[in-house]
Design a protein around this ligand. Structure first.
Ligand SMILES: C[S@@+](CC[C@H](N)C(=O)[O-])C[C@H]1O[C@@H](n2cnc3c(N)ncnc32)[C@H](O)[C@@H]1O
Length: 274
């Protein structure tokens, strides 16, 4: 039986490992439980570079959000936002445009509780506790009413979250629902794990995650391209995420020496033209 820390919401199952808290563990955070750490250690056995991957994904998030602010976007819907850590979207965005608004969405109660705490004195950012697969529920949540104006361009972020949506839950349909709800000139940013390089090792990692609350589906380059239909990808298109606009000063060095196979993930930003 796990010890329940004072900050743990009452309604969570401490014995069921959750990807949000495993990711927090890889990033060196403290908002995880024994069951999360145990499964995270097994995942590290299958893929020892997960901490470097998590940091690389955060660095991509920083680069893509900076790019989007530079395009004039001032509204962000961050789906699967995670447990707050260094370099959260509202911090990056607000430093560049203090009037911009950021709505976070996560299904993990710990991510939501910590985001609420962090955002309590931050009027330009808020968190919604919802399942991003249900776009209708997310977009009609009362917390977003009058907060985001979807008749104006909005950036939808799906960073390191679509690989938690299995094919049986129609990930293309999920993406399309957000695309249709947002105005022309809106953007979609995606980072996504791939099985293109090391399929055997990915199978082992998928096996580990099948014991968590959200199993993972790693996809090919072509499959991820398909998910982004209806968006015009900005250069350089869908590429290894450490290479996406890597010329922008990157706050973190590349600890894996540019070996894209060890990161095994792609990223892209697309613009909705019509
Ligand atoms: C790997 S973390 C990514 C965090 C952040 N987006 C980033 O790029 O660093 C994935 C997050 O997605 C959340 N998540 C997974 N499936 C979800 C769903 N169906 N709805 C909402 N959040 C989800 C998890 O709880 C977790 O916090």
């Amino acid at each position: 039986m796990s010890h329940r820390p004072a900050w743990a919401p009452d309604d969570i199952d401490l014995e069921r490992p959750a990807p949000a808290r495993m990711y927090d563990y890889y990033l060196g955070g403290s908002h995880n439980f024994a069951a999360d750490r145990e499964l995270a250690e097994k995942a590290l056995g299958a893929w020892p570079e997960l901490p470097q991957i998590a940091r690389g994904l955060r660095a991509f998030l920083r680069r893509c959000v900076t790019f989007l602010v530079e395009q004039g976007v001032d509204q962000f819907l961050d789906l699967g936002s995670g447990i707050p850590t260094a370099g959260n979207v509202h911090e990056i965005v607000s430093a560049l445009n203090p009037r911009a608004r950021i709505a976070y969405v996560d299904s993990d109660p710990v991510a939501v509780a910590h985001s609420k705490l962090l955002l309590k004195d931050t009027p330009n950012a808020r968190i919604v506790h919802a399942d991003m697969r249900d776009a209708g529920a997310v977009l009609t949540d009362p917390a977003l009413d009058g907060f985001l104006d979807l008749s104006r361009p909005t950036a939808v972020l799906m960073c390191a979250v679509l690989h938690f949506v299995p094919d049986s839950d129609d990930p293309a349909g999920v993406v399309a629902a957000y695309r249709e709800a947002t105005a022309p000139g809106s953007y979609l940013a995606v980072s996504h794990g791939t099985r293109d390089y090391l399929p055997e090792q990915i199978r082992n990692l998928q096996e580990v995650y099948s014991r968590s609350s959200a199993p993972m589906t790693f996809r090919s380059h072509a499959e991820i391209m398909d998910l982004m239909q209806g968006y015009e990808l900005v250069p350089p298109g869908l590429v290894d995420f450490i290479l996406w606009r890597a010329e922008t000063p990157n706050p973190l060095p590349d600890p894996l020496g540019g070996d894209v196979t060890r990161y095994s993930g792609y990223a892209a930003v697309g613009r909705r033209d019509e």
